[in-house]
Write a protein that binds this ligand. Structure first.
Ligand code: NAP
Length: 246
């Protein structure tokens, strides 16, 4: 059986891993992109294959335009096309604006925002030719409401939301949907870096009074990639325990 292909950037760990697993269970062939976590990526490929799925691990730094092109090419070579692109790869380099180095600002923009652009830029041509596709950008509530100490991260995630809307308008005539998910506080290695005080302060802003799980994010991703979500495009869905309410 020929399966549609889904690429998950930064798919070896955290939220990306859960999205990759959910899409694999739904029957997609998964390209697990990673930058550094080769062992995690290979383990995930084996997990997916052991459940009867298909997967391939591909190393690429998505902040690099050429490596992003190679990631897309390898996916097409392996699975014959791309139906879903999940731009999940992301980093933080927190600090107050007055002390933030140019390097920390640029690194976050390069991975989070330029990475999403690079992969979308290369994948969209294939989706346009196929007249079908789903692009999902993993943004953050920081890009919606800001967060002190995260000007670089908030700028990158706010940029992803703008990118989502512009690309959604461009690709809608080909029935390709482009949406963003803006998670709040989710239990992963990224949030394990927070101090107890910072975590308590953030949790105090969450009406549901708990952190979210990667599985909860993955279920929303799965829905937005499904046929049931064919009429949703250009949207940013906050999944944050009620932290942001519009
Ligand atoms: P995580 O556990 O730190 O995982 C980050 C992932 O990004 C890793 O798989 C990492 O791969 C990948 N990555 C980093 N730089 C990369 C690059 N240059 N090229 C390719 N992959 C790269 O973080 P997470 O919490 O799962 O976050 C996933 C996404 O959700 C991020 O975009 C993050 O901003 C967003 N998010 C998270 C939260 C949260 O509370 N956790 C909230 C809102 C939004 P390697 O290990 O191979 O480097």
């Amino acid at each position: 059986m020929e399966r549609d292909c889904a690429i998950v950037t930064g798919g070896a760990r955290g939220i990306g891993r859960e999205i990759a697993l959910a899409l694999a269970e739904a029957g997609y062939a998964i390209v697990v992109n990673y930058a550094k976590s080769a062992e995690d990526a290979q383990r995930l490929v084996r997990d997916i294959e052991s459940k009867g799925g298909q997967a391939l691990a591909v190393q690429a730094d998505v902040s690099d335009f050429t490596q992003a092109a190679s990631l897309i090419d390898q996916a097409i070579k392996a699975f014959g096309g791309i139906y879903i692109l999940v731009n999940n790869a992301g980093i933080t380099r927190d600090g107050l604006i007055m002390r933030m180095s140019e390097a920390d600002y640029s690194a976050v923009i390069a991975t989070n925002l330029n990475g999403a652009f690079n992969c979308t830029r290369h994948a969209s041509a294939h989706m346009v030719r196929a007249h079908r596709g789903r692009i999902l950008n993993i943004a953050s509530v920081a890009g919606v409401m800001g967060n002190a100490g995260q000007s670089n991260y908030a700028a990158s995630k706010g940029g992803m939301i703008g990118l989502t809307k512009a690309v959604a308008r461009e690709l809608a005539p080909r029935s390709i949907t482009v949406n963003a998910i803006a998670p709040g506080l989710v239990e992963t290695e990224m949030t394990q870096q927070l101090s107890d005080a910072a975590r308590e302060k953030l949790l105090a802003q969450v009406p549901l009074k708990r952190m979210g799980s990667s599985k909860e994010i993955a279920q929303l991703a799965l829905f937005l990639c499904s046929d049931a979500a064919a009429y949703i495009t250009g949207q940013t869905i906050c999944i944050d325990g009620g932290m942001t309410m519009h």
